[in-house]
Design a protein around this ligand. Structure first.
Ligand code: 8YV
Length: 330
């Protein structure tokens, strides 16, 4: 009998068709968000799942779905999944690194620039018909990006791609902080200098967050960290909600303790804190860092291929490309 898989959110039709070559597939073309009990019910009796960051894969779900063998998550981050619980039950988890690196770095840079140069704030002004009436030489001034100091917290693949953009394209001084320092050759290739976290906070003109979310990175940027930043600095978060203390950030922005913020991710998303919605000096986007046509398709294709391989089918049977807990395969 064919294995059976659930695709939890809408995907590209050709990707659903690719899965149908090997599996009995229930997909979700209407992109309904299933409450957890319904997600569990739909997963029961199935061997595989293609999930996204919006589903919680925890011990309760895994225990209710003992047939499940593989959870293939669309996204490089997998803080929605309890990896230890998967491993303990022999469930393979895969993610989608690499294919989204450059696209997400593009977006991080775009969000940082929009934040510094007040793109959305001035656009809202223009849409209110206000240009001619009140146009002034000193309106909408912001800090420069070129030549400024770019601070990067989290120097994995996406952090390095942002560093290259800053150093090579915008002649920025790039400083970074990471759990472990990069090899000198990698530092040189992305034009970045390692500093401690306090120096990063104090010296960055534009601070970009690219750290994975974990208990250790929860509120890595809170009131104390914001207080160390320059009042002219911007903060951009394309990593995960919860890395920034959103309430402390709203207060810092309100009080002018930093100049502006660009946020693609929020604590408790899809809800956005009302305190942030009310502020003019924050650019808000709905978690679209990897959202280019080619990249989202590549992420879905890699996920489908992982699922096919993980369930012992296709040309790479038993050898999914990007396992998070490969020990399960042994
Ligand atoms: C995804 C992301 O779109 O890759 C990640 O970690 O945050 C995004 O690229 C998101 O996870 C949806 O699954």
């Amino acid at each position: 009998m064919q294995p059976s898989v659930l695709v939890t959110r809408a995907t590209f039709p050709d990707i659903a068709d690719r899965l149908r070559r090997y599996f009995a597939v229930e997909d979700n073309p209407d992109d309904t968000i299933w409450p957890q009990p319904e997600l569990i019910r739909r997963l029961q009796g199935r061997q595989g799942a293609m999930t996204t960051g919006s589903e919680r894969i925890d011990a309760t779900l895994l225990d209710a779905c003992p047939q499940l063998r593989a959870v293939c998550n669309v996204g490089v981050g997998y803080n929605n999944v309890d990896v230890a619980a998967c491993t303990a039950r022999g469930v393979l988890l895969t993610n989608t690194p690499d294919v989204l690196t450059e696209t997400t770095a593009d977006f991080g840079f775009a969000l940082m620039m929009a934040t510094a140069r007040r793109v959305t704030e001035s656009e809202r002004f223009l849409r209110r018909g206000e240009w001619i009436k009140t146009g002034r030489f000193d309106q909408f001034l912001g800090p420069d990006v070129h030549g400024a100091t770019l601070g990067i917290l989290g120097m994995g693949r996406i952090g390095q791609a942002i560093a290259r953009r800053g150093a090579l394209g915008f002649r920025m001084q790039v400083i970074y902080h990471n759990r472990s320092r990069l090899d000198l050759a990698v530092e040189a290739a992305c034009g970045a200098r390692y500093v401690d976290k306090q120096t990063l906070l104090a010296q960055a003109d534009h601070l970009v967050l690219v750290v994975p979310y974990s208990a250790g990175s929860h509120h890595a940027i809170g009131a104390a960290e914001l207080a160390r930043m320059k009042p002219t600095a911007t903060l951009t978060n394309i990593a995960r909600g919860g890395i920034v203390d959103d309430a402390a950030l709203a207060q810092a922005l309100r009080e002018g303790r930093i100049a502006a913020a660009g946020l693609d991710v929020f604590e408790g998303e899809p809800k956005v804190p009302p305190a942030l919605l009310e502020l003019p000096n924050v650019v808000l986007t709905p978690h679209i860092g990897s959202a280019s046509v080619a990249t989202r398709h590549a992420m879905a294709a890699l996920t489908a291929d992982n699922l096919i391989a993980a369930l012992g089918c296709g040309p790479n049977a038993g050898k999914p490309q990007t396992p998070v807990n490969p020990e399960v395969l042994k």
